[in-house]
Each structure stands twice: as structure tokens, then as C-alpha cells.
Design a binder for this molecule. Structure first.
Ligand SMILES: [Zn+2]
Length: 350
């Protein structure tokens, strides 16, 4: 019995050791397969980081600037040379048909925004990118970025022409940023089209910025989405308000009498709207009903409410359609930027 037991135990040990060896082998293999890209990225970002530690603004021209972009759909971080990243942003954020000076203005706004988020230049990474140790995300949360294959899909036979045009816009403005009091600005916001005036920053975002004040904008009405209409069933409207605002009282009968726009901003957007016994900011109302802008009026149409909107976007900073309108009458990219970002200077910093 003892001898047999010993044998059994001995074989158990052999099998145990083999199992552990096999387990370690398979685990290592799986980890390598599973994180193949991740492992490469870590190496790559360490390399960039090492280079990055030597950077400061005055030395930037000696080496290429990189940005770590969190690609939302693929859930990966790509380390991209800034010039290439900016082409992908301009391609995604502004129609390539636009005037070259408007595309140049867009390139400078996008570069200024990007630099304000790059950690190695004391920028503040966006919240969504930060958790992946990146600087910026590729979605509308920051600025939309697309790669070459998307550009080919969007532009089709015009790919070569548009790619060259956007490359020119980025290249000819290399190192150029928007500054205020000598420093690059941190919020070079932009949007599609205003309803005639841009908006003060504090009406939409939490903070005021001296360079983000309401200015007149021309050419915005050329935007295809400049005017929009939304039909909302009254019962759906009441349900949405009650679902989102506890204690709201609202009745279908004479609904319009219970809705009152009480205040508008300098730009003409709705600042405050009373609905039944509650009061909403115009921006909240816009978000709730996914309106194109906060510049709206409402009307009664039987079972429905009709919301008429003018403008498209948050309306703070540079209007892209307005920029194109200015470019069409001969304004240069720096004049366009200085118009929309009050009191700024356009400077080449690398
Ligand atoms: Zn972001």
C-alpha cells in the first residue's frame, strides 16, 4: 500500500509539474495574443515619452510633435504625429469644399485645441482619453478625427484633390496657434453655423472666457442645416418633461399657454424657458429634445408642438460656415480667427 501510494503520489507530482508548465506556456501565449497591440503601444508610448521629456516650446521645431489619441470605436490609443492628426480632424470637422482660408482657420483652431490637451506640454487630457493614458479622444467630445480610409470613403473620386487641399491648409499654418495675452488659448471652440451671432461662453459652458464673447457672424445661413423644424407629439413632450423633472405639472389642454420663453441671450438664444411649474435653461431644453441649436421658437399644431430652430451647434467660438463666408469675401485665416476669438493674436510657436 505504501509503495503503491508512493507511486501514485510520484505520478501526481509529475502530472502536476507538467500541468503547471503547460498552464504557464498557454497563459503566456494567450496574454501575448490578447494584448499584441497593447504591448506595442506601451513600447511606442514609452519611446515617445522619452523624446517628449526633452521638449519645451522653444525646442519643438527640432523634433516632431506627437499626440496620443484614444480611438473610441477600436478602444485603442494611437500615437500620431500632430500634422497627420490635424489633417484627420480638419477632414472630419469641416467640408473639404470650403475655401482654403477657412480650412486654414480650422487647422489653427484644431491645433490650438490639440496642444491644450497634450499632457507633455502641460495640457489637460480629456476625461475620456485620460483613463486610457491618452491626450484626446476622437469623438465629438473633443474633436472628431478620421483616418485615411474614412477620407477615401467620404471623398471618393475627389480624394486626391481634397487630401492635397487639407494638407496645404495644415502645412502652411504649421506651428500657428491662437493666443491671448501671449499664451495659447485653452478653449478654441468652434461649431457649424450660428443664427447671426455667436454665443458668450458662459451661456453654454461652465466658464466665461474673454475671447469667447458674442460676435456677429455672416454667411451662416448658407449652411444646409441652418434652419430646422422638429415636430413633437404633445403627449411625448409632457412625458419627457415629467420623466426628467420630478414634480413637474403640465397638462395637454392649452399646453402652449404653459410654455413661456422668459429670457434670451445676447446671441438671441433661449436663456430661460418656463414649462408648467418648472424652469429650464435653453441649453438644457436643447439637449433634452436634441435640437440643432438653442435659438428656437415653439408653435402649436393640433396634437403636436413644432419647434423651429436656427443655427447648428453650441454657437460658441468660430462659426465654420461663417468662416467660409468671410473667406469667400477675401478674408485671410488670421482675420477670420481674430474675428471669432476676440482680443486674440495669431502666432507661430514652432
Ligand atoms: Zn474627449
Amino acid at each position: 500500500m505504501n509503495k503503491n501510494n508512493y507511486k501514485v503520489n510520484f505520478f501526481d507530482i509529475i502530472i502536476g509539474v507538467l500541468s503547471i508548465v503547460l498552464f504557464l506556456f498557454v497563459t503566456t501565449l494567450l496574454v501575448n495574443i490578447g494584448t499584441g497591440k497593447g504591448v506595442n503601444m506601451v513600447d511606442e508610448s514609452e519611446l515617445i515619452k522619452e523624446k517628449g521629456n526633452k521638449y519645451n516650446i522653444s525646442e519643438r521645431e527640432k523634433t516632431e510633435v506627437y499626440i496620443k489619441v484614444y480611438i473610441t470605436e477600436k478602444d485603442v490609443v494611437e500615437v500620431i504625429p500632430l500634422g497627420i492628426y490635424l489633417k484627420g480632424v480638419v477632414a472630419a470637422e469641416m467640408p473639404a469644399e470650403f475655401n482654403l482660408e477657412a480650412l486654414k482657420a480650422q487647422s489653427v483652431a484644431a491645433r490650438t485645441y490639440a496642444l491644450s490637451h497634450i499632457k507633455q506640454y502641460k495640457g489637460i487630457p480629456c476625461i475620456r482619453a485620460k483613463e486610457h493614458e491618452a491626450d484626446i479622444c476622437d469623438s465629438t467630445h473633443c474633436q472628431v478625427y478620421i483616418g485615411e480610409s474614412d477620407m477615401k470613403n467620404i471623398w471618393g473620386e475627389n480624394y486626391k484633390k481634397y487630401h492635397e487641399k487639407i494638407s496645404e491648409a495644415v502645412k502652411t499654418t504649421e506651428g500657428v496657434v491662437i493666443t491671448y495675452n501671449g499664451e495659447p488659448i485653452d478653449s478654441p471652440y468652434y461649431f457649424a453655423a450660428s443664427s447671426g451671432f455667436t454665443e458668450n461662453s458662459e451661456e453654454v459652458f461652465s466658464e466665461a472666457r474673454p475671447y469667447l464673447t458674442s460676435v456677429q457672424s455672416y454667411g451662416d445661413s448658407d449652411a444646409p442645416k441652418f434652419s430646422s423644424t422638429m415636430k413633437i407629439n404633445k403627449i411625448d413632450f409632457i412625458k419627457k418633461i415629467k420623466d426628467n423633472y420630478k414634480g413637474a405639472t403640465l397638462y395637454k389642454n392649452s399646453l402652449m399657454d404653459q410654455i413661456n420663453i422668459t429670457q434670451r441671450t445676447d446671441a438671441g438664444n433661449v436663456k430661460q424657458i418656463n414649462i408648467g411649474n418648472i424652469s429650464l435653461k435653453g441649453t438644457e431644453f436643447r439637449k433634452l429634445f436634441l435640437l440643432n441649436s438653442a435659438d428656437f421658437i415653439l408653435s402649436d399644431e393640433g396634437e403636436d408642438l413644432i419647434v423651429y430652430c436656427q443655427g447648428y451647434g453650441h454657437e460658441v467660438g468660430m462659426s465654420q460656415w461663417g468662416a467660409n463666408g468671410m473667406a469667400k469675401i477675401g478674408k485671410k485665416f488670421d482675420q477670420i480667427l481674430k474675428h471669432y476669438y476676440s482680443g486674440t493674436e495669431i502666432r507661430k510657436i514652432f
